[in-house]
Design a protein around this ligand. Structure first.
Ligand code: GLU
Length: 413
């Protein structure tokens, strides 16, 4: 489903640009699809076979780039779509990278730390020949952490027989001690905050972020950090959810308390001064800004008509289906699409890779300043293209990215 959706938007954007079929064909196809099955040593002494993917969509603008996710529902269709989105995302931000994505079918919540490490090492052994600092650079995604990225460096350095320092640039999103960049952990959220502020300033769809009411679906790296950031702008977060449940307070949640409660109890219900609601209800709340920051296909033709938020900031990848897009745009909602809204992550990944390659260490301020500049510029460009081509924000974002890719294809021919 996601793959079809990704292709639909690419077709629309290439039509608007009147591009030849040859360019469309390049963008609709992945360059390489790798599926691997591998045994993993479990804590009880048994071995279990796991399946993983690395899909390399396009390398016109540079080495392939994109995260690896660990999730029970990982499948070829989804990882392929995610790899296309990475190509579009890196082009949107004008980064010297292509697009790829990986995934392993597993439930990380049921695996011990040791089993997760074994799984990571076994997966990397299988794909080591197609990754590398100048070939394909993985990163964290759903349920993969900086610790897992550190393990990848360690395993890659063993396989390639190179010192750790030389192996570092093979992945981004590492811990700071192991060559990670300051600001990478919060980059997706911070990037989203810059996009949101720039879009509010440019469109005036709401007066300011201050006092704006916000509902956030997801409390992980993207959603949780975003919540912490926007309370500093005095936004009023009225609801937040995790994969199981959601909590609500129309007067505003005390986010620090809520996040502490989640940390202590492992879940959201019963946080003080909150009412339990469902994830579906959260999406339909009366608020200014809705932030889907969890998984794909959350806003569909079934619930799009009930969405009341004026702005949808997509911190997740693929949360809105094309059918829902149409409904929302017809109702004059401002959708800030995933390939822009959550691109702060891969942008700081680029800064991390650059620092590793050039043996530099940037300050948090430098990373933040450069990220701000990049995110503001991309937002401006896309909103301008939206007006120029009289189209949806998503198609405008694709147009902006595909123009860059098409230029490169033309130069090569
Ligand atoms: N997984 C993130 C994304 O979907 C980050 C990718 C990266 O940093 O390479 O954009």
């Amino acid at each position: 489903m996601e793959l079809e959706n990704a292709k639909k938007i690419i077709k629309k954007a290439t039509e608007k640009l009147n591009l030849p079929k040859q360019i469309l064909n390049i963008l609709l196809n992945t360059e390489r699809e790798v599926k691997v099955n591998f045994p993993v040593q479990m804590d009880d002494g048994t071995q279990k076979i796991f399946t993983g993917y690395r899909i390399q969509h396009n390398s016109l603008l540079g080495p392939y780039k994109g995260g690896i996710r660990y999730h029970p529902e990982v499948n070829l269709d989804e990882v392929s779509a995610l790899s296309i989105w990475m190509t579009i995302k890196t082009a949107t931000l004008n980064l010297p990278f292509g697009g790829a994505k990986g995934g392993v079918i597993c439930n990380p919540k049921e695996l011990s730390e040791q089993e997760l490490e074994n799984l990571t090492r076994a997966f990397i052994k299988k794909i080591s020949s197609i990754i590398g600092p100048q070939k394909d650079i993985p990163a964290p995604d759903v349920y993969t952490s900086s610790k897992i990225m550190d393990t990848i460096v360690n395993e890659y350095s063993k396989i390639e027989n190179i010192p750790i320092e030389k192996a570092r640039a093979v992945v981004t999103g590492k811990s700071i001690e192991n060559g990670g960049s300051l600001g990478r952990n919060t980059a997706t959220a911070r990037g989203g905050q810059f996009v949101l502020k720039q879009a509010i300033e440019q469109t005036k769809i709401i007066p300011t972020l201050e006092n704006a009411t916000v509902a956030i679906q997801g409390v992980g790296n993207a959603g949780g950090n975003f919540a912490k950031l926007i309370i500093k702008d005095n936004a009023k977060i009225i609801a937040i959810s995790d994969s199981k449940s959601a909590i609500y307070n129309p007067e505003g949640l005390n986010i620090n308390e809520v996040l502490e409660h989640k940390k202590q109890t492992g879940s959201l219900p019963n946080a003080s001064n909150t009412t339990d609601i469902t994830n579906e209800q959260l999406l339909e709340l009366d608020c200014d800004i809705l932030v889907p920051a969890a998984l794909a296909n959350q806003i569909t033709e079934k619930n799009a008509n009930q969405i009341k938020a004026k702005i949808i900031l997509e911190l997740a990848n693929g949360p809105t289906t094309p059918e829902a897009d149409k409904i929302l745009e017809n109702k004059n909602k401002l959708i800030l699409p995933d390939i822009l809204a959550n691109a702060g992550g891969v942008t700081v990944s680029y800064y991390e890779w650059y620092q590793n390659i050039n043996q530099e260490k940037w300050t948090a301020e430098k990373v933040d300043e450069k990220l701000k500049e990049k995110m503001q510029k991309a937002t401006q460009e896309i909103l301008d293209k939206k007006t120029k081509y009289q189209t949806t924000t998503r198609v405008a974002a694709y147009i902006n990215a595909i123009e860059r890719l098409a230029k490169k294809i033309n130069r090569k021919n």
